[in-house]
Design a protein around this ligand. Sequence first.
Ligand code: NAD
Length: 385
Amino acid sequence: MSVDILNKFKEDQLEKKKDIPTDRKFRVGIIGTGWIAQSHILNYKKMPDVEIVAGADLIPGKAKAFFEEYGVPDALCFESHTELLNSVELDAVSVCTYNATHAECTIDALKKGVNVMLEKPMCVTLEEAVEIFKAEKESGKLLSIGFQPRFDPNMKKIKEIVESGVLGKIYYIQTGGGRRRGIPTPYGTSFIEKETGGIGALGDIGCYSLDMVLNAIGYPKPLTVTGYTSDYFGKRPNYYKNHPEYAEVFGVDDFAAGFVRLEGDIILDFRISWAMNMDTSGDTLILGTEGGLRIPSTECWNGSVGGPMKIYHEVAGSQVETEIPVIESKEDLFYLKLRSFLDAIRDGGPSPVPSSQIIINQAIIDGIAKSAALGREIEINIPEI
Ligand SMILES: NC(=O)c1ccc[n+]([C@@H]2O[C@H](COP(=O)([O-])OP(=O)(O)OC[C@H]3O[C@@H](n4cnc5c(N)ncnc54)[C@H](O)[C@@H]3O)[C@@H](O)[C@H]2O)c1
């Protein structure tokens, strides 16, 4: 994508209408009432200016049972997102479906004039991300992508450190995250089947690592990528203690790596794992001409800082380290993610986690998957819209 389109998009963001009067509640719906939908309903329920009016799930009876369990028995329930969008007037919707239906649900909601909180990852392919981006632009509605780590003060600190200039010019970043054994199957196989998950660890938790560093450095444009993916663990029947049959439907990656050239002469070295024979795929390292930042990894990667960060730099000729203590916060990141979305609708934007940034995250994920399939380096081209 040329920088042009991003700039155009920024102008559009400023033009978003304030279409919710301050004297009435937001009429909110939830599409997909599975695992993550719980955090959406529980947090919307904490907000006095929100009325949860409807929901949909493809599985008959699932939406009804969900709303009853979470104390919203009067919510109207549907068995597809289209039925919901055609039947109920909404101000906003949370798209909490599995990855493979993120794009269609988001595009259909935007086309109906509904603001969208879309769970991460943005979608499965770059082509889908482009269609989402177009639909958002045409609708003038607000879209925010569900990266709750953005609201973690430790994550904000990474961006503040980079922007302070203390690291100098950034030229190399190593990032990613590892789980020794952490293929997500707590409620079945929606993460691991190709038809529903679409992508594995690469998109599911890789999107967090990419956002952590790319947001800090201002989301430069990706140029080329060499990608690798594998599935050595997911396809093993004995991986799943109680469900050996899951191995047969495993159709995504459980490990991925990529070497990405970014605009501004920056190298991004990335690896991510749902399962591997190692405890960690390494800390995140941001190397700059004046300092280096080490961000400790977590044992089970979920997009948080694993301990005090350290800046390695030189003071009056001495090589020194400055520790950045972990910032404790009692705020619920999932609450902040939803609250910031609704506040942005009421204020007329900008989106707290905009698609103009996350399309770049998706382009890298897509580039790694496509390069891995081809077995060679490829260019990343985000098309003009
Ligand atoms: N932000 C986070 O920390 C976090 C945590 C877990 C999951 N997630 C994301 O949330 C999404 C959902 O994950 P999950 O664990 O809740 O999955 P899930 O499989 O438990 O639930 C998804 C539900 O969506 C429904 N669905 C799919 N397409 C639909 C459609 N067109 N209309 C109506 N319903 C539809 C499915 O029937 C299913 O019940 C994934 O993209 C995942 O990456 C985010």
